[in-house]
Design a protein around this ligand. Structure first.
Ligand code: CIZ
Length: 300
């Protein structure tokens, strides 16, 4: 029996659902009940009736699913799948920053721990950061944690001044202007689409800037045939599958998130067999974090 069939059989038997992030390896993407970005997957986690959610992504994503569905079992197939960007925001340091700006609204990118979300007023993803900031009352101070580049981009697009946390995604930091210029020379007809987690001098070279959900929509509708994609390279598998007539080139071949690549089909199967690794979030933290997440989800 093929491993995919074993997963399917066990998934049915246990009434489980498999949520998969766009950055996962191709064969894991292929077994998804839902494949998407953090926003899509959070919405799905909020509405599912499955008993078990197997989350193929990184820890903070599975944690969001647990916060939104506390009564369900949420499993992360590899316990080591973390997020260095999320780890850059320390709850005690954020508490100090909040104390020095007592009237500030705290916007937490979803790439944060539940403890950080519990201190936030509202969450955002790369897909809705601009909308979220636009909804904040004019004149309010805003703390944006932890991605300085997404924050700087949202500040520019909204015209709001943000207090930025100095965090960054090490994978997106590798997408430097030099490699973008090189790829453009190699593929002069290609449209350059970058993720807003890329640094500002790289974003200045983009034709378009989107999170992965926005990239998928844009490419589908575009009449262009070639695209240079500046984000974690896992998305290229999905872009190719959904647009077989178009060509995709990674802006940076090394933009591979080692955490996203920890999940394999074997680990998904073991996760279902052993019901591991279970995500736990304390009731108190989950209650506070859910307020910030639900506020984000209420924004269309
Ligand atoms: O929003 C997400 O899921 C992340 C981390 C990236 C993206 O654009 O999908």
């Amino acid at each position: 029996m093929k491993i995919q069939d074993k997963i399917l059989e066990l998934k049915k038997k246990k009434n489980a659902i498999i949520l998969v992030h766009n950055y996962q390896i191709g064969e894991v993407q292929d077994i998804a009940d839902l494949l998407g970005d953090s926003l899509d997957l959070s919405r799905k986690a909020q509405s599912t009736t499955a008993d078990i959610i197997v989350f193929c992504g990184v820890h903070f994503m599975a944690e969001i699913a647990k916060i939104l569905s506390p009564e369900r079992m949420v499993l992360l197939p590899d316990v080591n799948a973390g997020c260095p960007l999320a780890d850059m925001a320390d709850p005690e340091e954020l508490a100090k920053l909040k104390a020095s700006h007592p009237n500030a609204v705290v916007v937490a990118y979803v790439n944060t721990s539940a403890q950080i979300k519990a201190q936030a007023d509202i969450c955002c993803t790369s897909a809705n950061a601009i909308n979220v900031i636009n909804q904040i009352e004019e004149g309010k101070e805003i703390i944006f944690v932890p991605d300085q580049w997404l924050g700087a981009y949202a500040a520019k697009k909204t015209g709001r001044k943000l207090i930025l946390w100095p965090g960054f995604c090490p994978t997106h930091m590798k997408i430097i202007p030099e490699v973008i210029d090189k790829k453009r020379k190699e593929h002069p007809e290609a449209c350059v689409i970058l993720h807003p987690e890329c640094r500002e001098d790289s974003l200045a070279l983009a034709d378009e800037i989107f999170g992965t959900g926005g990239m998928l929509n844009y490419v589908k509708k575009s009449s262009k045939r070639e695209f240079i994609i500046g984000t974690e390279t896992g998305i290229i598998y999905r872009l190719k599958k959904e647009n077989p007539e178009k060509e995709f080139y990674p802006a940076q071949d090394m933009a591979i998130c080692p955490n996203m690549k920890l999940t394999t089909l074997e680990k998904v199967l073991w996760s279902l067999e052993e019901e591991a690794y279970k995500i736990q979030v304390s009731k108190e933290i989950a209650q506070r974090a859910s307020v910030a997440i639900e506020k984000m989800l209420a924004i269309k």
